[in-house]
Design a protein around this ligand. Structure first.
Ligand code: ADP
Ligand code: MG
Length: 699
């Protein structure tokens, strides 16, 4: 249970000053908590910039295009001639060195008159511009009398907002949240604090929300670093606790003679690459050992992970247990099943598919067969790991495209196969720093080598204005028997718009290519999706228009052309994944990245990188480097996925220390008991690593 000391932070945010029944929903949206934001969410919503109002010049000395705060006397009102006029309401103010026009468009005249009466002295703050030799401030941010000025913070925090919320409201709520912060014990070790010169937790939050200088909110500054370190420390503690738990559930040795695996291998139409062979050996060694396997199989798209996993599963079955493979989408689960079924059945194994789409009667039959061990290998979506599914004796769980699953599903999986070995696979090669952050200390096998015979993919970027040329080129390629994917724009947070765009493009392409054009998107029901995929696979359709449902794992070796529309809207890893759909067979493949200009710097760098390299590992590193330079609001507000503060391109170097500190703490006390660990226990709850926190409670 969460210590009551933290209760004030987990009270509803609506209890804070400035948040009333009207704007509580806006805060929920801003803070990404549809179920109701809490005080801690407000506290952790950090400013991403500041407004520096420390410049208090005389008018003559004011620097154009900077924020200035001046003391001046109001000398004249120039009102628009009549109510309907579009002319601004201008107020002239002066000090002994010069004058400034305050310009108000569409102003509330009564407000201007009463705030700036002629003859009064006021403090005015805003961006000064020089226009036609005159000084202007258009819509001053602040108009203050002496009392108000006395309360003006010299440096104001600037928060990310949502429509309908104002800076001042958020700042007020944050101020209220700071006041609710209980006195908390220090959880970072003295040595780390000293070495890294970190401020305290409370001090860090204070200096972010009440910055004294712009660098106080800098993500590389001491305050942000402190908070990022706290988060990484909580995260590493949680990972180590979960891992200790998984390892502690002593693994079992899966002892197989290897005959089935060999039979499977000889049935393959190809021989394994050196990298595949090595991965298989590493996995075999883990399976044989008493300790529980927790291994990540990293390999670029098309590097042949599936067969490695299948060999591992077959091994476990030969040792007398069951194996399961979980994929993130229906399409992918089905494809795995269809691929593996002939091979597995050829080796005398019983394999079944289980997805959320199964009829109740089918599902019941599968469940019974799993429980009675009539099924050796189960392939499915996360439906496989729901409460109601009971395996007779699960020996190995394989998770494909791991990065698409959240922590919760991963934990569900861990508890499902209490003693099952775990193999997770990812097609997005993850830099070491991310592996540590997300998975903790897993063993890693990597397939860096691709199966032989693959040709480089000719990658080009082209403005969408050249669509006609693209269509003509496509027509020629189709005439030569090619097959093509056409990926449609990703519309932020709107599946409906995604679908509309894909339907429009399909109509357009059908006008050119007739029945050769198929469509698959996220809103289609399962059977329709399968049917569309199957037609493309069989070559009945030659162009498959798709939203990003084809992103992961789908394998149609005959497809040699990938066209991505609005490529500038996709992330680097995603584009790399998409491109990986082609270049799988022997034919020469190409990838066309259609963009709508003008391109931002980051988008340009992404397309550039893709043209330069196909090495997924390099692309992953580049992705990490570039992500910090995305659009200011989007990227600066949010940390890496799953993190609030930590941004690995900035704070990645803290990770190692956080890991060591977490490990040392758990070594001293594996349940973090005792007064000296009170801070760390609080930290887990503060950062809501609740699943992990539960592991240190009695039981
Ligand atoms: P991914 O790593 O992206 O999951 P897959 O396992 O889907 O890749 O494999 C991609 C393609 O490569 C499949 O068609 C598979 O049959 C083929 N493949 C896998 N291993 C080899 C190999 N050693 N030689 C030739 N083709 C292979
Ligand atoms: Mg795959």
């Amino acid at each position: 249970m969460r210590p009551s000391l933290l209760d004030p932070l987990f009270a509803p945010a609506a209890s804070l000053p400035g948040i009333g029944p009207k704007n509580a929903k806006l805060f929920d949206r801003l803070l990404g908590k549809p179920e109701g934001a809490r005080v801690v969410d407000v506290l952790f919503h950090l400013p991403y910039a500041t407004l520096d109002r420390r410049a208090r010049p005389k008018i003559r000395d004011a620097i154009p295009d900077t924020i200035v705060t001046i003391e001046a006397k109001v000398t004249e009102h120039r009102e628009p001639p009549n109510a309907r006029s579009r002319a601004p309401f201008t107020v002239l103010v002066e000090d002994e060195t010069g004058d400034v026009e305050l310009v108000f468009f569409l102003a509330n005249h009564a407000w201007v008159r009463s705030r700036l009466p002629v003859g009064a002295t006021r403090w005015i703050s805003g961006k000064l511009e020089r226009w036609d030799g005159r000084n202007q401030i258009v819509h001053p941010d602040r108009v203050m009398d002496a009392d108000e000025f006395a309360r003006l913070p010299a440096v104001e925090p600037v928060y990310g907002l949502t429509e309908g919320l104002f800076q001042r409201t958020v700042a007020r709520a944050a101020e209220g949240a700071l006041k609710r912060l209980p006195r908390l014990p220090e959880w970072i070790g003295a040595e780390t604090l000293h070495l890294m010169k970190l401020p305290g937790f409370e001090e860090a939050l204070r200096s972010m929300h009440r910055p004294a200088a712009p660098r106080d909110v800098d993500s590389a500054g001491p305050a942000a670093t402190r908070l990022a370190y706290d988060e990484l420390l909580a995260n590493q503690l949680a990972l180590l606790l979960v891992r200790a738990r998984m390892r502690g559930l002593s693994g079992r040795a899966h002892v197989a003679e290897g005959a089935l695996g060999r039979r499977l291998e000889t049935a393959l139409p190809f021989s394994l690459t050196g990298a595949q062979r090595k991965a298989v050996e590493e996995i075999r060694a883990d399976l044989k050992a008493e300790k529980r396997m927790i291994r990540l199989l990293q390999g670029d798209v098309g590097s042949g992970k599936t067969i490695v996993a299948l060999i591992a599963m077959v091994e476990v079955v030969e040792a007398g247990r069951q194996a399961a493979m979980m994929a993130p989408t229906e399409v992918l689960a089905r494809q795995h099943y269809e691929r593996m079924a002939p091979l597995a059945e050829g080796a005398g194994l019983r394999i079944a598919l289980m997805t959320g789409r199964d009829k109740a009667s089918e599902r019941r039959a599968t469940l019974a067969a799993l429980a009675s061990r009539e099924i050796d290998i189960a392939v499915g979506t996360h439906a496989l790991f729901q409460e109601s599914v009971a395996f007779a004796d699960l020996g190995l769980a394989v998770v494909d495209e791991q990065h698409r699953f959240g922590v919760r599903q991963r934990l569900a999986l861990a508890s499902k196969g209490e003693v099952a070995d775990l193999l997770v696979m990812t097609a997005t090669p993850i830099p070491r720093s991310l592996v540590l952050a997300y998975f903790g200390d897993m063993d890693v096998s990597a397939l860096r080598e691709k199966p032989p015979g693959r040709q480089p993919i000719d990658t080009r970027a082209m403005p969408i204005e050249r669509l006609q040329e693209v269509a003509a080129g496509l027509a020629r390629a189709l005439a030569n028997g090619a097959r093509a994917y056409w990926i449609c724009p990703l519309v932020e947070e709107s599946e409906t718009l995604d679908v509309a765009a894909a339907e429009d493009r399909t109509a357009h392409l059908r006008a050119l290519f007739g029945d050769a054009v198929g469509l698959v998107h996220g809103r289609m029901n399962g059977p329709d999706k399968d049917a569309a995929m199957a037609r493309f696979q069989k070559g009945e359709t030659k162009i498959l228009v798709a939203t990003t449902v084809v992103e992961v794992g789908v394998d149609v070796p005959e497809a040699t052309i990938m066209i991505v529309e609005h490529a500038e809207r996709f992330g680097l890893a995603q584009l790399h994944q998409l491109r990986g759909r082609v270049g799988r067979g022997a034919g020469r493949s190409s990838c066309l990245l259609l963009y709508k200009g003008p391109l931002g710097e980051a988008a340009q760098a992404r397309l550039e990188t893709l043209r330069e390299t196909e090495d997924g590992f390099r692309i992953a590193e580049e992705d990490l480097r570039l992500r910090g330079e995305g659009d200011v609001l989007g990227a600066r507000q949010a940390g890496a996925p799953g993190f609030r503060f930590a941004r690995l391109e900035v704070h990645g170097s803290l990770l190692k220390r956080a890991r060591e500190e977490a490990a040392a703490a758990l070594k001293r006390s594996e349940r973090l008991t005792g007064e000296e660990n009170r801070g760390l226990r609080l930290l887990l709850y503060l950062f809501e690593r609740n699943e992990a926190a539960r592991l240190i409670e009695a039981g």
